[in-house]
Design a binder for this molecule. Structure first.
Ligand code: V0V
Length: 149
């Protein structure tokens, strides 16, 4: 079902501090910064800066809450205000098909239909109660990522 790991999502209490850490110390490059109001997040995607950069590389996603009541706001509160790994995202070719297959195998999907994700991707999530405790996201990237990267 899965093509590869699309990204790993870190919940962060302070976006600017997190960007500084992951770029200046770890050497990642900011390739996208934006807000997803529906998900209640400010997000930054970190990638490599190789000359042959393609959208096939797995990325790191920094997620800061837009409000205390948002998913990330609640996650941080539960984690004592500290950041950490909030999710792992698997890239799929067809998010509806993948959700259908996983549902038939007993996985509980969060949404009946895909929602909008980074770069115009289509996303859904597997509830952590049916994945052994890890919030797994399914990401179908847009056919043409030009203009986003
Ligand atoms: C909660 N739980 C988690 C978890 N969040 N377990 C693993 N990883 C997480 N991230 C556990 C929690 O410990 C509880 O277990 C149980 O689930 C219920 O927790 P809760 O605090 O009551 O939380 P809920 O139910 O309010 O919310 C949990 C769900 C929520 C998964 C439903 O986080 C959600 O809707 N996530 C999907 C959306 C999302 O994560 N958006 C932000 C990223 P016990 O204590 O009962 O055992 S946006 C994004 O990724 C974008 C835009 C993108 O990639 O394009």
């Amino acid at each position: 079902i899965f093509l590869c790991v699309d990204h790993v999502g870190f919940a962060v209490p302070d976006m600017d501090e997190a960007i500084k850490l992951h770029t200046e110390v770890f050497g990642w490059h900011v390739i996208f910064r934006g807000k997803n109001e529906e998900q209640g997040v400010e997000e930054v995607m970190l990638g490599t800066n190789r000359h042959d950069f393609t959208d096939r590389d797995a990325e790191i996603q920094l997620l800061a809450p837009l409000s205390e009541e948002s998913t990330i706001g609640k996650w941080l509160a539960k984690n004592g205000g500290r950041g950490g790994i909030q999710q792992v995202a698997y890239r799929v070719a067809d998010v509806e098909k993948a959700a259908e297959v996983l549902t038939s195998r007993g996985v509980k999907m969060l949404y009946d239909a895909p929602k909008h994700g980074t770069y115009g991707s289509r996303i859904n999530f597997c509830h952590p109660k049916s994945t052994g405790g890890v919030l797994l996201e399914l990401v179908e990237r847009p056919a043409d990522p030009e203009g986003f990267l």
